[in-house]
Design a protein around this ligand. Structure first.
Ligand code: MRU
Length: 362
């Protein structure tokens, strides 16, 4: 294992719980990267809600982990006799922060199950909640590494890859999903060159993905989103790899706005289009991608980046944060359990039936 990658992964965790049941949550403030690597300390639920809403912490798995710890903050601070009610109220509040990534609701459901499990006394609930949040965090770390191993097997010894948004260590407990595949390839000595889409309107590609790849010494070329088709037409791109915010039972994939266009382009140019995501990103209760709630964000993100107006006053703006790529355009799904090559409702159901229900814990 490449020690530089391991060191970087553990040196700056995007999400970290400091202390015991009376502790607090520490997040990398991702809105300040790449100029500034600094942390925001969350001592109450409202600060966690704001951090998720404003993308200080972002990426589907990371917001689930942060929300789980947010529930711990509420139970830890509650007066005697009110820990369960406070934790339940926090879970409901945090669920309103962002609508698309199912990992948020998956993590909060797990925390709610602990609250409802009446075997905990009022005195041990905070401990039980913190143990569950740590477990969610640790499972994600393990799932990311397993995704990297399964995905790396799909990538040749020398490869040019393309990615969109940020599905790296910042977006997860560690290593990431799409970027975990790249880091694992690098750990294995494969030679990569990555084209990173800048990812308008919030530049997760240029601010975060380019930063993560550069720090690990993976050659990366930054392009505007609108250049992706041209790059596929004129250079040999071996594969596109992206993460996901929600994958339905039939394999439709919600991910950062622009992903669908990339998948259409990849199909046209015969480039494999891989989606890497842990099982916590699958919403097997939902069949069709058209049912996935798509977050609509502020007009200011488009018309006034960095506070500077770039459009006429009063212009009509549409700012969906995610789009849905139909299963038919996905060459394979990479999960912690393996690779689903033919993406459809049967293969996905079989994948989750056949493979172990939970990742191994350390
Ligand atoms: O709005 P964001 O930055 O939270 O969107 C994130 C993405 O779209 C990621 O690709 C996705 O959450 C996967 S992160 C492993």
């Amino acid at each position: 294992v490449n020690t530089v990658n391991q060191h970087l992964a553990s040196a700056n965790p995007s999400v970290q719980w400091i202390g015991g049941t009376d502790g607090h949550l520490q997040l990398i403030d991702q809105t300040l990267l790449p100029q500034q690597l600094s942390y925001v300390a969350c001592h109450d639920v409202d600060t966690v809600w704001e951090a998720i809403k404003s993308l200080r912490v972002r990426g589907a798995p990371a917001i689930g982990i942060a929300a789980a710890y947010g529930v711990c903050l509420a139970s830890g601070a509650a007066p005697p006799g009110q820990a369960a009610a406070a934790a339940q109220c926090a879970a409901e509040h945090l669920a309103s922060s962002r609508p698309t990534a199912v990992n948020l609701f998956w993590a909060l459901d797990r925390m709610t199950s602990v609250i409802r499990d009446r075997s905990w006394s009022e005195y041990t609930l905070a401990e039980a909640l913190l143990a569950e949040a740590r477990q969610i965090h640790n499972e994600d770390r393990q799932m990311c590494h397993a995704i990297g191993r399964h995905g790396a097997a799909l990538i040749p010894a020398q490869a040019t890859l393309m990615t969109h948004c940020n599905a790296g260590g910042l977006a997860t407990a560690e290593y990431g999903t799409a970027l975990s595949v790249m880091f694992t390839c690098q750990d294995q000595g494969k030679r990569l060159h990555v084209f990173a889409d800048e990812t308008r309107p919030l530049w997760q590609g240029s601010r975060l993905t380019a930063w993560e790849l550069t720090r690990r010494g993976i050659p990366v070329t930054l392009i505007c989103d609108s250049m992706a088709a041209h790059v596929m037409q004129t250079r040999k791109v071996d594969a596109v790899i992206v993460g996901a915010d929600r994958i339905t039972a039939r394999g439709d994939v919600a991910n950062k706005i622009g992903t669908y266009g990339l998948a259409v382009n990849a199909k046209h140019h015969g480039v494999p289009f891989y989606v890497a995501a842990p099982s916590s990103t699958f919403d097997l209760q939902m069949l069709h991608g058209s049912d996935i709630p798509i977050e609509q964000r502020s007009r200011d993100e488009i018309i006034a980046p960095h506070g500077r107006s770039i459009a006429p006053d009063g212009i009509d703006v549409y700012n969906p944060a995610f789009d849905v790529t139909p299963a038919e355009l996905v060459s394979a799904l990479i999960t912690e359990r393996g690779v689903i090559h033919q993406v459809n409702v049967e293969s996905i159901a079989q994948h989750f039936r056949q493979n172990s229900p939970k990742p191994a814990h350390t």
